[in-house]
Design a protein around this ligand. Structure first.
Ligand SMILES: *Cc1c(COP(=O)(O)O)cnc(C)c1O
Length: 346
């Protein structure tokens, strides 16, 4: 094998070997009875979100497939966490990195990508990102990572310390060691694909619920089977919900989907801060709203068990959006009805 490629793979593996697993912590919700909720804290990766796992997988996948060689420019259609995490790995192996982003992208996000040595290539609007990335890769002789296509296949779903294996291992000494339910939202759909496949592969008696925000087509596509659905609007919950059914979304491994109003996601995100003294992003609110709903159903049915969901990223990136009360009042419906539901847990 090419020496540069071998060294790049070795660097990424060594970095993974130096890293610790992310914490799985138990939520102390006063109103829970015989049902436990756990949060897998993905905000503590070096680049601050669960996209750290995806970026590592995508780089190893591309390197092992011979797609990235010395001097290959790496291109991704992302203005968010994926671009940040991929920029981190590109710098690690000494490859140029370009994020294709809409020109409306907040300066703070571009700064973060640049901090890790990447640069931004601007397009007029979000729907142009994919085609512009393909075009740019052709022009530069580069490689388009294409997270929405490859997320589901780049991660080894059988184990190899993927997020599912980590969760089940960390649950081993809990009162209900095999969770009744895993709850996750879908952006690429990669994480939920890994969770669902791993459950089946290991034969666990665990179900997978995917929670979906407003303006996302995943929910309707799951129920109708129609993969050609599109939405004219983008999701307001960063990182999740898509206006088209992305390749990596794998409905067959999902047992149930729940639609979560955006205001409920925000209310739950703020409620979580009061509970744990830490800020998470809005998709964590979506996840937790779903987990609490399922916990309520289990209690009402007299069932006991555990539910695991994800803290996807920290709230520090959203201080002037989701954590700004004026911004929220302008962009979302009234949170009061959702706050009332949440207050029933206190
Ligand atoms: C990407 C992302 C998700 C969804 O994960 P996928 O594996 O892409 O489906 C959830 N929350 C945040 C903050 C994300 O960046």
């Amino acid at each position: 094998m090419n020496r540069w490629v071998a060294e790049a793979i070795a660097k990424i593996n060594a970095d993974a070997h130096r890293s610790a697993d992310t914490h799985l912590f138990k939520l102390e919700v006063p109103g829970l009875e015989k049902v436990e909720i756990y949060l897998k804290d993905e905000s503590t990766h070096p680049t601050g979100s669960l996209k750290h796992r995806l970026a590592r997988s995508l780089f190893l996948y591309a390197l092992c497939n011979g797609k990235i060689k010395q001097g290959t420019t790496i291109i991704e259609a992302s203005s968010g966490s994926t671009a940040v995490s991929e920029a981190y790995f590109a710098r690690m192996i000494g490859a140029p990195f370009v994020a294709v982003v809409p020109k409306s992208t907040a300066r703070s996000k571009i700064k973060l990508i640049e901090f890790y040595g990447g640069r931004a290539h601007f397009v007029d609007s979000a729907p142009q990102m994919h085609d512009a990335s393909v075009e740019l890769a052709k022009e530069l002789g580069g490689y388009f990572m294409d997270q929405f296509t490859y997320a589901e296949r780049a991660t080894d779903w059988r184990g190899n310390n993927n997020i599912a294996e980590s969760i089940f291992m960390q649950m081993e000494r809990e009162p209900h060691a095999v969770p009744s339910m895993l709850v996750m939202s879908a952006g690429t759909g990669g994480t939920s694909a890994t969770l669902g496949r791993y459950i089946r592969y290991k034969g666990f008696d665990t179900k997978l619920t995917v929670v979906d925000p407003e303006n996302s087509v995943f929910f309707d596509s799951y129920h109708s089977g129609d993969r050609s659905l599109t939405s004219p609007h983008s999701s307001c919950i960063e990182g999740i919900g898509r206006p088209k059914v992305e390749h990596s979304f794998q409905p067959e491994v999902i047992d149930r989907m729940i639609r979560v109003p955006d205001a409920a996601s925000i209310a739950t995100m703020l409620w979580l801060e009061k509970l744990i003294g830490r800020r998470a992003g809005a998709s964590t609110g979506t996840n937790l709203w779903g987990a609490l709903k399922i916990a309520r159903e289990m209690m009402e049915a007299g069932q006991e068990g555990s539910i695991v969901t994800l803290l996807c990223d920290s709230g520090e990136r959203y201080l002037d959006t989701y954590y700004d009360a004026d911004w929220v009042a302008k962009n979302f419906e009234d949170l009061t009805p959702y706050n009332d539901v949440l207050s029933r847990w206190e």
